[in-house]
Write a protein that binds this ligand. Structure first.
Ligand code: SF4
Length: 716
């Protein structure tokens, strides 16, 4: 196939694609988009043993690319994308994830973010276990990986509209072998949009061609601003073309073993999903009403956990709107098929106003983020969802960041003059959408919101004289990353789940609210610390091998509740041992999988230390995630808090003012959090400031000289 018309070749390299063998091709691809340099890099047995794949490969490649002084916008920073050895398996559901690793514009530290879509598996089938992009171009470029013909090209991109729904569609069709749907479906792209380049919260969209709809779909690597790094490098897109995919494409060690275990879980999903989470019909959006019922659905910048209008954006609404009334998988063979979409949604605002578009989602996080803004209009949710995706903006950072702005507005820290005329009170969906469009245009107040909460706090204190303490309390970010959408005030373990997550406030390391708050299964500090050891290790493992987390515990075997540890879903853990062995040929037990994760997790923590982060002060959380900041918040749940003052703090609230009660509650909860950190550090084998000890590194077998050196230097 010749290069599509209009795409000028800047550099190219022919290669002989290595087809995967037991889940690995044995090579990663390096491309410098600034110089045009391209290189094949070997994957050693040691690299596979220690870093496994996916997030592990990304971290190792990035570690070797940057210095402690490297910033996110330095040409030396990289975007690394890798799927992992299991990625591309079609016999077991949820085996198509890709993990993006980079230095984050929001946190300055290492970020990892995962996405569905076909890119990671296709990259592997094109011959590469990972792609590593470095340098900065001075014009918009496309990196084309032609896995059918063995060619890598760095191309000047002639397209002027880089927003995802336009660019991904054009690229998939332009680079396909023909107009036939099956040829278009052999192409996958990574794109972002105009919003990513004007903010720090840019996401990456990984595409696939939906053969039922004959339409391009996208899944987001949302967190930490990897789309912003992409645009800073002037990358418009990565395009990969894959040879035909079948059950043997990943060349597993034992395909019948995979099919056996896959058959078992597929049967479970088909029989039980409708009576459990109903992922096949409504996806993660089923959580809206559950979170509302348990006072966990963020409203008005996490002040409260429920709202009388929550039903307007609950699952019954999405069940009706999701197109074609059929399950939607974001990788081949995913029976869980939770990636739903709304077809023919007519846009009311922005540059594409009046057009009918396909909206991928909404997921729970997006709907709950809109609740956090106080907007309970499904049309708004879809409009915001679509424009965030096509502009390349993370819906979580956008809504959590804007919720903070709205609270500042309602407290008089901001006014219409400072926002350029926008009345940014809770509930004003029109103003919220205008902020989003401003982000894409790079003008007005939008780019200020796009800097993220951490930088807005500094700006509002310095420029508008706002109280830094109040901003610190209500600014829902940790390590510079905006909180995802769960209220954590009544779950100490979940406060740790957010505060101690390596990347910042994201729930993909641990989601412990029900175990902790609802079921009281982890009452002591030791119990909570054990959970904050085990679950992050387990979830890290999904990112090492290319698995989706959802088929682990969003579907449970019928007898799961009768097992010794139902929260761990033991039957599915056993499945994963089978899957890993079936793909790689290496026999493993559950504790081996945990060890695989513990190595990479501790390596990432040391990487953070190397970059100037990764210590106790960086594990701090805003007080709103631990308890009521304001009098109105306390009084909204006075009975609960008064009861806790008596039972937990040992104070009788009679005769106390609400301010005094807020303070007493705060002293108690802040001290609880510090004790939790001590317990978790101890369990993880870290010292009192949160750095893995040399003994821990030795125990894990990651005591490479350069890793030990970072720890020793920091401890001096
Ligand atoms: S469970 Fe949902 S998100 Fe996960 S791979 Fe399947 S369709 Fe994609």
């Amino acid at each position: 196939m010749s290069t599509p018309t209009g795409y000028r070749v800047i550099a190219e390299m022919a290669y002989e694609p290595n087809r995967p063998e037991r889940g690995y091709t044995g090579e990663t691809l390096y491309v410098n988009v600034g110089t045009g340099a391209m290189e094949t890099r070997p994957v050693t047995d040691r690299m596979k043993e220690v870093f496994i794949g996916g997030r592990g490969f990304g971290l190792w490649r990035l570690w070797n690319a940057v210095e402690p002084t490297t910033t996110w916008d330095d040409p030396a920073n990289e975007i690394v994308i890798s799927s992992g050895p299991v990625g591309g398996t079609t016999a077991y559901p949820g085996s198509g994830k890709s993990i993006v690793v980079s230095l984050s514009p929001l946190t300055g530290n290492v970020i990892d973010s995962n996405a569905g879509g076909y890119f990671g598996p296709y990259l592997k089938f094109a011959g590469w276990d990972a792609i590593e992009l470095q340098g900065k171009s001075d014009e918009n470029v496309v990196v084309f990986v032609d896995g059918k013909n063995g060619l890598i090209q760095l191309l000047a991109c002639p397209e002027t509209d880089i927003n995802t729904h336009v660019l991904a569609e054009r690229l998939m069709r332009a680079f396909a072998d023909s107009d036939a749907p099956r040829d278009i479906a052999a192409v996958s792209t990574v794109t972002t949009g105009a919003g990513a380049q004007n903010t720090r919260m840019g996401c990456l969209n990984l595409s696939f061609f939906d053969l039922k709809r004959e339409a391009v779909r996208v899944k987001q690597a949302g967190r930490g601003g990897t789309g912003t790094v992409f645009r800073d490098k002037r990358i418009a897109a990565i395009v990969v073309k894959s040879p035909a995919v079948n059950a043997a494409s990943n060349r597993p060690a034992d395909v019948s073993r995979l099919q056996e275990v896959g058959k078992r879980i597929n049967k479970e999903i088909l029989e039980l999903d409708a009576s459990q989470c109903d992922m096949r019909r409504v996806g993660t959006a089923h959580l809206v009403e559950i979170m509302d019922e348990y006072d966990l659905l963020p409203t008005h910048n996490f002040k409260y956990g429920s709202h009388p209008d929550a039903g307007k954006i609950a699952s019954s609404v999405w069940r009706e709107k999701f197109g074609q009334n059929m399950p939607d998988g974001c990788w081949l063979g995913c029976t869980m098929s939770c990636s739903h979409a709304v077809d023919d949604f007519e846009l009311k605002t922005g540059p594409y106003k009046g057009q009918k578009v396909l909206v991928d989602g909404p997921e729970y996080e997006t709907a709950a983020g809109c609740s956090n803004l106080g907007v309970y209009d499904p049309g708004f949710v879809l409009e915001a969802n679509f424009y965030c995706d096509t502009y390349g903006i993370d819906t979580i950072s956008f809504t959590t960041g804007l919720a903070f702005v709205m609270e500042c507005f309602e407290n008089g820290i901001l006014d219409a003059e400072k926002t350029g005329g926008l009345d940014l009170r809770f509930g004003n969906g029109d103003a919220a959408l205008e902020v989003l469009h401003q982000m894409a245009r790079g003008e007005g107040f939008g780019p200020i919101v796009g800097e993220g909460i951490r930088r807005m706090k500094t700006r509002f204190a310095e420029e508008y004289g706002a109280d830094p303490g109040f901003l610190r309390d209500i600014g829902m970010e940790a390590k510079g990353l905006e909180y995802s959408e769960y209220v954590t005030k009544e779950s100490l373990a979940m406060q740790g789940g957010y505060g101690l997550a390596l990347k910042g406030a994201q729930h993909d390391e641990a989601w412990l609210i029900f175990m902790d708050m609802v079921n009281n299964q982890i009452p002591t500090f030791v119990d909570k610390a054990e959970a904050l050891h085990y679950f992050p290790m387990w979830r890290t493992w999904f990112g090492l091998v290319g698995h989706c987390k959802l088929p682990w515990n969003d579907i449970e075997p019928a007898d799961n509740a009768q097992t010794a540890e139902p929260a761990k879903v033991p039957e599915h853990v056993a499945n994963y041992c089978e899957v890993f062995a079936g793909v790689t040929g290496t026999e493993v037990k559950p504790e081996d999988l945990i060890l695989q994760s513990e190595r990479v997790y501790n390596f990432q923590r040391v990487f953070g230390v190397r970059m100037g982060f990764g210590t106790r002060e960086h594990d701090a959380i805003p007080y709103r995630s631990a308890g009521p900041v304001t009098v109105e918040e306390y009084e909204s749940r006075a009975e609960r808090y008064d009861g806790q003052l008596v039972e937990k703090v040992g104070i009788g609230p009679a005769g106390m003012s609400t301010e005094e009660k807020v303070k007493a509650m705060r002293d108690y909860r802040e001290s609880q959090y510090e004790q939790l950190i001590d317990a978790v550090y101890k369990r993880r084998g870290w010292n009192e400031v949160g750095i893995p000890t040399v003994e821990k590194l030795q125990e894990l077998g990651i005591d490479f000289p350069e890793v030990v050196e970072v720890v020793r230097t920091r401890l001096k």
